[in-house]
Ligand binder design. Structure first.
Ligand code: SF4
Ligand code: SF4
Length: 253
């Protein structure tokens, strides 16, 4: 009994009371900021080092939908223009809102005009999701699994992963969508009753990431099924996923 009390006291209260107002430690690489100061002559160190072609210059801009958050651009920039902040709210439903330009001070949000009416109406209290790994490394799955643990507890918002797509309201995809997964993904999406939500989780799913140009990747299914939510990160932090889904379903701005 005393041992149990000691463990309880040692661990303290683990759950996060409000997942929308947490301050993550500075070591977390979230939304980048690019300062509006001049680059050294002909410098393109950030563009050259970026493994996923997420950066362009003149002006310096960074595509969060392609960034794998390796931090190399921040380390190599001689002017220290690029800095990753701990801001984990980096989801959007609009690719253009994932572009960060130098000198820009903007929160990343969803485009309200692109949220279908039935999403807020039907999924604002309960949302059951089926996960499909379409060539993922399992990093995304680990973090999505953590979304339901005692710390993040997304079940308190009625958001859960289920096994059967027939009992779900939407599909979450991880991985760059490899050819061998396309048919399984299509069958799973079709098995979810209408209306349904479609989420791309992780840079691989959002843009193909570092695998975008691989012959094994076939993203043509995205011409048919349009995503309702893009979740950047490699892998996305549980708070990124949860805050994005809450915004999509009308439970936060
Ligand atoms: S942190 Fe992102 S933008 Fe910077 S080099 Fe890595 S992948 Fe490219
Ligand atoms: S986004 Fe990163 S963590 Fe997720 S599947 Fe791709 S490589 Fe793995």
């Amino acid at each position: 009994m005393f041992d149990l009390i000691k463990i309880w006291k040692h661990q303290g209260r683990q759950y996060i009371p409000d997942v929308l107002s947490v301050t993550l430690p500075s070591i977390h690489a979230g939304k980048p900021q690019i300062e509006a100061k001049s680059c050294k002559n002909n410098c393109k160190a950030c563009k050259d080092i970026c493994p996923s072609k997420a950066i362009d210059i003149n002006p310096v801009n960074l595509d969060l939908g392609k960034c794998v958050f390796c931090g190399e651009c921040e380390t190599l920039c001689p002017e220290k223009k690029i800095a990753f902040t701990p801001d984990y709210k980096i989801c959007s439903n609009d690719q253009s809102l994932l572009m960060i330009y130098e000198g820009e001070q903007r929160e990343i949000k969803l485009n309200p005009d692109k949220i279908r009416n039935e999403i807020k109406r039907l999924f604002g209290h309960s949302l059951k999701l089926r996960l499909v790994s379409a060539g993922s490394c399992n990093g995304c799955e680990l973090e999505l699994n953590a979304c339901g643990n005692v710390n993040f507890d997304m079940g308190r918002y009625g958001i859960e992963f289920l096994a059967s797509p027939r009992h779900c309201d939407g599909v979450v995809v991880t991985g760059p969508i490899v050819e061998n997964s396309v048919e399984a993904l299509r069958i799973t999406i079709e098995a979810v009753p209408h209306p349904k939500i479609f989420i791309l989780n992780g840079v691989c799913a959002v843009s193909g990431g570092i695998f975008a140009e691989s012959n094994a990747v076939n993203r043509s299914i995205l011409d048919i099924y349009k995503p309702d939510l893009l979740v950047p990160g490699c892998p996305p932090h549980p708070l990124t996923f949860i805050s994005g889904v809450l915004a999509l379903t009308g439970r936060s701005a």
